[in-house]
Structures are given as structure tokens and as C-alpha cells.
Design a binder for this molecule. Structure first.
Ligand SMILES: *Cc1c(COP(=O)(O)O)cnc(C)c1O
Length: 377
């Protein structure tokens, strides 16, 4: 349907072979391949403890449960994010409190506005490294330590992204990643929760699998006959097929992210004379994972008309994001003074970006955008 889709996966023979090996092995649920995937992620991220889980939302939910967040607690988070992060807060009975983002040039949560939203009930701050560009973690960690708050990093966009010397997701108390199809590391459905804290590690390990003290795999190895259940856990396990794809994809992630970077640079060059389009994170000193390519349309351009024109020319676009505080289910939590979030929510359009995209594709997209501008003049 699309000449150029918003995103695309890159799977080859290696992934097919990895999946086929798992099938031949006869063990499909969480076991040695998942453990290998976790070990490799641990060394890639330089994080002590890594747990693969069924998806990114499960990772975020476990993060809040493991930190003991629940009813009567408040968690400060952006509204300019994917709803999953806010849902995860809600699952525990805690109240999400929205803070605004930094500016129309930096879509990450504003440390200054985080401070404005702190109350006696605040327990944690959940940040999101938008498009792979890291939040101002020094300021955020300082605020957290001053007010004795946990920090959870929603790193769904930012595998391979960095803040100073550290990988995104390894700076706060817990980092959560997603390996959904449209993410930089893609295994269909999957997620990851990481921490350096031994107490949190023990909690997550059991919470991921029904709160049980031993796993099916352990019993298969003859290690245990029975088990205890020490708390109300979940089934958030990942399976071996997905983990096998993950091991292959992880080998390619640096190359994929570099390809994304080159494409973003090419986009920027090509769009530099389009004065009706602003490019956020235009000058950014930290290393991004270049998950998506967001732009802001001029105030007086009609976004629907713009997106429709691109659609009619075979180009898929998206909006990142309709702000969560505007959704029906979240109006009750409305902190309505989120002026920058609202403005970005109205003006943002995401253009296609994926590793195998060609510069010719970008030429075509930019040409189409310029044609649109001429036609509406
Ligand atoms: C994709 C995404 C999630 C959720 O991940 P799933 O694996 O789809 O559950 C959470 N937060 C953000 C910012 C995301 O982009």
C-alpha cells in the first residue's frame, strides 16, 4: 500500500536460522536462549541485571511493582509519550502526574517542571528519552535524590542511545525497553527491564514468573521438585523464539543505529531550506539512537491536509504523540497546564525512518513536501 512506510523491519537468513534452531531444539518457553539474550544485553548496556519480558509495557509495570509503588502514590511523567508508560503507572493504582517537556526543540521531560509537580505523595519520576535523545539526567537525578524519589527510564526509543558515558536506561533505578516490531531492536513482541540494584533484581526475577521460587526450566534440569510462591506475580516471560531473533538483532543494532543517524543527517540537509518545517533536537550533544524522525509544521499549516497529501503520494506518516492528558481515559488526571506538550501535540508529524531506507526515498519525501507547499500557496 505504501511506497514508503513509516518503519520497516530488517530480517535476514540469520534470524530465520535462529528461529528454526529453537524449533528443532524442542524448548520454546523461557530458557537458555533467553538467558543468553539477557547476558548479551547486560554486556551491551553495561547493566548488572537484565530481564527479558513479554513486552515493554510489562517491563514498565514490573518496574513500578518492584519499587512498591501503589495507591496513594504519585508518579511524575511526561504526557508527550506513548500511553503504555502512563497505563503502567495506573495498573498499580498510583496517580500519573504530567509534567511538561523542555521546549519545541527538545521533546524530553523538563526537570524544572518536574520540580513544580512534586508533592508529599510523589514516589517516582518516569522519564522517556524521546526518539532516542536522552533527557537531562544529571538534573533529574539531582531532583530525585533531593526529594528521595525513584527514577524509571522508559527507554523504549533509546536502545543504544547514551547520556554522557552511560547507556540510556542504566542511569536511574530501573530502565525499561521495548522490542516491539517498530522499535530499533525488533523481535515482534518483547521487552527488557534492567537494574543495578540487587534488591530490585530479586523482586523482578520472581514477579516475572508468577512470584514462584523456581522456573519450569529449572525443574526440567532436575534442580527442584516443588516451589513456593512468595508474592502475587505475573506471567511476563519472553519465549525462546523471540529471544533467538533478539540475539541476532542485537548484533546489528550499532550498524542499524548508524544507518538511522546517516539518514537523519541527510533529511536535515534536504529540509534545511524548508522554512515551514522545524526540526527538533537539531543541535544535540548526546548520542541518540535515532528511533524516529519528528518534525514540527508551521503554526498555520493544516496537519491533516499535510499528512493526507503525503498519504496520497504513498508516504506513511504518524503523530508522536497525541498527548496522553487529552485522551478520554486520562482526562480525570488532567494537569492542564502543559503548554509546550500541547503545542507539539498539535504541530508534530513523524516522517518515515528505518535502517534500510534509501536516500532516494528521502529525496522523494522532501520533493513531495515541497510540492505540497507550492500547491497550497
Ligand atoms: C513502544 C513503547 C512502549 C511500549 O512497549 P510495548 O513493547 O509495545 O509494550 C512504551 N513506551 C514507549 C515510549 C514506547 O514507544
Amino acid at each position: 500500500m505504501w511506497k514508503i512506510p513509516l518503519f520497516d523491519v530488517s530480517f535476514g537468513n540469520e534470524e530465520i536460522e535462529a528461529v528454526s534452531n529453537v524449533l528443532k531444539s524442542g524448548w520454546l518457553s523461557m530458557g537458555p536462549i533467553t538467558q543468553e539474550f539477557e547476558n548479551q544485553l547486560s554486556s551491551f548496556l553495561d547493566s548488572k541485571y537484565c530481564f527479558a519480558v513479554s513486552n515493554g509495557t510489562a517491563a514498565l509495570h514490573l518496574a513500578h511493582v518492584a519499587l512498591g509503588i501503589g495507591c496513594d502514590d504519585e508518579v511524575i511523567c511526561p504526557s508527550l509519550t506513548f500511553v503504555a508508560g502512563v497505563n503502567a503507572i495506573n495498573y498499580t493504582g498510583a496517580t500519573p502526574v504530567f509534567a511538561d517537556v523542555e521546549s519545541t526543540n527538545n521533546f524530553c521531560i523538563s526537570p524544572k517542571d518536574i520540580e513544580n509537580r512534586i508533592t508529599m505523595k510523589t514516589k517516582a519520576i518516569q522519564v522517556m528519552h524521546f526518539a532516542g535523545y536522552s533527557c537531562d539526567m544529571d538534573s533529574i537525578m539531582k531532583i530525585a535524590s533531593k526529594h528521595d524519589l525513584f527514577v524509571i527510564e522508559d527507554s523504549a526509543h533509546s536502545i543504544g542511545g547514551m547520556y554522557k558515558e552511560k547507556k540510556c536506561g542504566t542511569i536511574g533505578d530501573i530502565g525499561c525497553f521495548s522490542f516491539f516490531s517498530n522499535k530499533n531492536l525488533s523481535i515482534g513482541e518483547g521487552g527488557l527491564i534492567v537494574t543495578d540494584n540487587e534488591y530490585i533484581e530479586k523482586k523482578i526475577k520472581r514477579l516475572r514468573s508468577h512470584g514462584m521460587t523456581s522456573l519450569t526450566w529449572d525443574r526440567m534440569q532436575g534442580n527442584n521438585f516443588s516451589y513456593d510462591v512468595t508474592e502475587k506475580g505475573y506471567n511476563y516471560r519472553l519465549n525462546e523464539i523471540s529471544s533467538a531473533i533478539g540475539i541476532v538483532q542485537l548484533k546489528k543494532i550499532i550498524d542499524y543505529n548508524n544507518k538511522r543517524k546517516a539518514l537523519v543527517q541527510y533529511y536535515k540537509k534536504k529540509l534545511s531550506d524548508c522554512f515551514f518545517i522545524e526540526i527538533p533536537f537539531n543541535v544535540f550533544s548526546e548520542k541518540s539512537s535515532f528511533h524516529i524522525f519528528p518534525v514540527l509544521l508551521d503554526h498555520d499549516l493544516n496537519r491533516n491536509q499535510f499528512m493526507l497529501y503525503l498519504k496520497n503520494n504513498g508516504i506513511q506518516t504518524s503523530i508522536h504523540y497525541p498527548p496522553v492528558h487529552t485522551f478520554t481515559a486520562y482526562k480525570q488526571f488532567n494537569n492542564d497546564f502543559l503548554p509546550i506538550t500541547s503545542e507539539i501535540g498539535n504541530r508534530e508529524v513523524t516522517l518515515p525512518l528505518y535502517p534500510e531506507m534509501k536516500t532516494d526515498d528521502i529525496d522523494y519525501i522532501v520533493q513531495t513536501i515541497k510540492k505540497f507547499m507550492e500547491e497550497i500557496k
